[in-house]
Design a binder for this molecule. Structure first.
Ligand SMILES: *Cc1c(COP(=O)(O)O)cnc(C)c1O
Length: 228
């Protein structure tokens, strides 16, 4: 599995290159569908942040790796009845965009005596297949979130549209940044910009990303048919 360390070192070099002097960029290794051994290999290289997009898979891997000092991120579609599996282990939940999810996260977080950090997902490009709210709904959702003591909104998240057109992708990322810059005046915790995946992280960094979610460039192609 030497390829994992080789990939990670190449990615870290690229991040340094694109980030110039910034050092506020977190590399999150998206380990969904990949085996425990792959996570250990990346951990051994020094990676501490890993992301999953299925509640049960997150719970299973967190249990198996409970002796390691890992920060878990949840980045998938949220099913309200699975929030009870996510909150106990996730340091960040990136993909929140419904009021009922926020209510349930608060309820479960209270039980664990925890303040759950979340990011609000925006569907900037407006593609129907994507989750997230529109920019017009952001103000109300941020205001709504304020009433929950055990939920803290720490940033915004988005996925780029499916296109090779870098200009379109860049505009989506810059839009997310401008929303963050606008609302951080009223919500000082709203610092994070979770954007950038294997194919577009160079664009995301230049647009101000603080959290990169990178999977296949580290671990290889995912095979969804064999479980995971
Ligand atoms: C799978 C996934 C990623 C990682 O995608 P890669 O193209 O493999 O880097 C990032 N973000 C989300 C929300 C994902 O579901």
């Amino acid at each position: 599995m030497d390829f994992i360390k080789k990939n990670l070192s190449e990615i870290q070099n690229k991040i340094k290159l694109y980030a110039s002097n910034r050092n506020d960029i977190l590399l999150i290794a998206v380990s969904k569908t990949f085996p425990i051994e792959y996570i250990k290999e990346a951990y051994d290289f020094g990676i501490r942040d890993f992301a999953e997009n299925k509640a049960q898979e997150l719970r299973y891997k967190a249990q198996e790796l409970s002796d390691l000092d890992i920060n878990w991120h949840f980045i998938g579609r949220i099913q309200t009845n699975k929030i009870k599996y996510i909150v106990p282990v996730a340091k960040y939940i990136h993909s929140v965009y419904r009021e009922k999810e926020i209510e349930e996260i608060d309820k479960v977080a209270k039980k664990y005596n925890k303040i759950q950090k979340i990011l609000i997902e925006l569907n900037v490009s407006g593609e129907e297949s994507k989750g997230g709210i529109t920019e017009n709904e952001l103000k109300d959702l941020l205001e709504f979130s304020k009433q929950f003591e055990n939920v803290q909104v720490v940033g915004l998240m988005t996925m780029a549209p499916y296109t090779d057109n870098e200009e379109i992708i860049r505009n989506v990322f810059l839009k997310l940044k401008s929303l963050r810059d606008e609302y951080i005046k009223y919500y000082p915790n709203l610092k994070e910009l979770s954007m950038g995946m294997s194919n577009d992280y160079h664009i995301a960094i230049e647009a101000g990303s603080t959290m990169l979610r990178i999977g296949s460039s580290i671990f290889g192609n995912r095979n969804y048919s064999t479980g995971g």
